[in-house]
Design a protein around this ligand. Structure first.
Ligand code: NAD
Length: 508
């Protein structure tokens, strides 16, 4: 297996030339940004300090007063132009995603495609921010709801979707009439600056207020300042459950609105009637794709005892052939982990699971250590285990898949649900009753519940998010836009009388 890992000079030059082609100035400073491809430095940036948050919020509030008066379809026209610019720069933006996150080229391009798709969605939405009318109980009265721009939206994003998550929020927030302040992951500054620059071009072409989009490069302290700022109407935070646990109460304390998109521990149930060819492909993409670093990565397979051995053998055979290496080389399917901490987390989880009686049946080892001593390439791992122990119930953000047996379908559903997270889930079955039960009230308790498809790779048209320790937020498609707007209920009296609701008599 050849890793084809480029040397430092090549990676630095690629980062520099890509930023130059995108016309983005990088503010030089002392914070070193590394690429997981070989672990070397590709950026040295200045970080903003906490005081810059207050200034950004002031600017955003000024921009809000102007932007909310622009008709929603005209706001949509700006987002349409942004989508065109993203299409024009798709390859360069994808290169930055590969360099900073280690995603293989097709997944990095897929992430930019997701941004383009959500722009399309938001353009259509800009003519569909529907309110309802309801029959009033009083004669000569109209009862209706209207939707209005909410205010400044703060977005905190995770390293593993350094572009798409911000765009889900931003495309929708902009058509809803809200300015956005973005605090991206400190691990992906170049991607953030480049993405923000494409939007600034659309803003300039439409002569819209510059401050409807701002990006602040900094660490968790800057994120916290955004979280605590009373001028931020909606705080949308994507990242670990640990981060959400810190952020949620702080926003609640100031009666702000929060939208939390946190961790996942996603499972597939594989039943006796499942088409195993399709199942194996679905599992491998969801479990090993993106080197196991998606929030929707499949981390557990709950297999009927009658198919568990054959399924595991087939998975192991595919895992042994997975091409690991430079994510920008054609044919590679598994790139590096983000950093040493991720590698150590995976090693520790494997050691705990095997120490508790689980058996490691595939992968788990580090590869290409000689060629890239500061990068962390691993063989995706499979551990067979008899039960769902505490380590299996935890999210380990790496390509580590547990295979557990079940006997009765109800038991499989219970195992699926018996973890703290509630993001994504799948059932592989050709039994209609099982499929229906899994998606029913008594089935999976997750925000995403699939049949005969893996847990990852959601489309933007649906609302994205999950329950329990995943945070409860919904982003992207469907009616997720409502979180970005203020709802008003209006009663309009054209009767010339003043009848009170519920028949109350208050005649003086
Ligand atoms: P992380 O929690 O370490 O960091 C996420 C972001 O939060 C970063 O920008 C970080 O600077 C910021 N942050 C951290 N602590 C903060 C605090 N106390 N106050 C304010 N900001 C703070 O997560 P990560 O390692 O970048 O990403 C991986 C995690 O994100 C995984 O758990 C994954 O499941 C989750 N994730 C969830 C979704 C989803 O939509 N549900 C999507 C992507 C990633």
């Amino acid at each position: 297996m050849a890793a084809n890992i480029p040397d430092q000079e090549e990676l630095s030059a690629l980062a520099e030339s890509t930023m130059a082609r995108l016309g983005v100035q990088v503010p030089q400073g002392e914070h070193v940004g590394c690429t997981p491809v070989n672990g070397g430095a590709i950026s040295r940036l200045a970080h903003a300090d906490v005081s810059s948050v207050d200034e950004a919020v002031q600017r955003a509030q000024d921009a809000f007063r102007a932007w909310r008066r622009v008709p929603a379809p005209a706001r949509g026209a700006l987002v349409k132009r942004w989508g065109e610019l993203l299409t024009e720069h798709k390859d360069d933006l994808a290169t930055l995603v590969s360099l900073e996150v280690g995603k293989i080229t097709s997944e990095a391009r897929g992430e930019v495609q997701e941004m383009i798709d959500v722009c399309d969605f938001a353009v259509g939405l800009s003519r569909q921010l529907y309110g309802r009318t309801m029959p009033s109980e009083r004669p000569g009265h109209r009862l209706m709801e209207t939707w209005h721009p909410l205010g400044v939206v703060g977005v905190i994003s995770a390293f593993n979707f350094p572009a798409a998550v911000w765009s889900w929020n931003t495309a929708v927030a902009l058509v809803c009439g809200d300015p956005v302040i973005w605090k991206p992951s400190e691990l992906t500054p170049l991607t953030s600056l480049a993405c923000a620059a494409t939007l600034q071009r659309a803003i300039a072409e439409h002569a819209a207020p510059t401050a409807i989009s701002q990006v602040i490069i900094g660490g968790a302290d800057v994120g916290r300042a955004l979280v605590e700022h009373a001028g931020v109407a909606l705080l949308s935070a994507t990242g670990s459950t640990r981060m959400g646990r810190a952020v949620g109460p702080l926003v609640a304390e100031r009666f702000g609105r929060s939208l939390l998109e946190l961790g996942g521990n996603n499972a597939a149930v594989v039943t006796p009637s499942a088409d195993l060819d399709l199942t194996v492909r679905g599992i491998v993409f969801s479990a090993a794709g993106t080197a196991g670093q998606r929030c929707t990565t499949m981390r557990r397979v709950i297999a009927h005892r009658s198919v568990a051995d054959e399924l595991t053998e087939r998975l192991v055979s595919v895992y042994e052939r997975l091409p690991i290496g430079n994510p920008m080389t054609e044919g590679t399917l598994v790139g590096p982990l983000i950093h040493r901490g991720a590698y150590e987390g995976m090693q520790s989880a494997v050691a705990t699971a095997t120490g508790e009686g689980g058996s490691l049946v595939a992968g788990g080892g580090r590869v290409f250590e000689d060629q890239a001593p500061h990068a962390y390439y691993v063989q995706p791992a499979i551990v067979r285990t008899a039960e769902q122990s505490p380590i299996v119930s935890r999210e380990t953000f790496a390509p580590l898949l547990y295979v557990l047996p079940y006997d009765e379908f109800d038991e499989a559903i219970a195992i699926n649900n018996d973890v703290p997270h509630g993001l994504s889930s799948s059932v592989f079955t050709n039994d209609q009753a099982e499929a229906e039960l899994f998606v029913s009230d008594e089935g999976s308790d997750c925000g995403i519940v699939n049949v005969n498809i893996g847990t990852s790779g959601a489309e933007i048209g649906g609302a994205f998010g999950g329950e329990k320790e995943t945070g409860g937020g919904r982003e992207s498609g469907s009616d997720a836009w409502r979180a970005y707007m203020r709802r008003a209920t209006n009663t309009v009296n054209f009767s010339g009388e003043l009848p009170l609701a519920q028949g109350v008599d208050f005649t003086v």
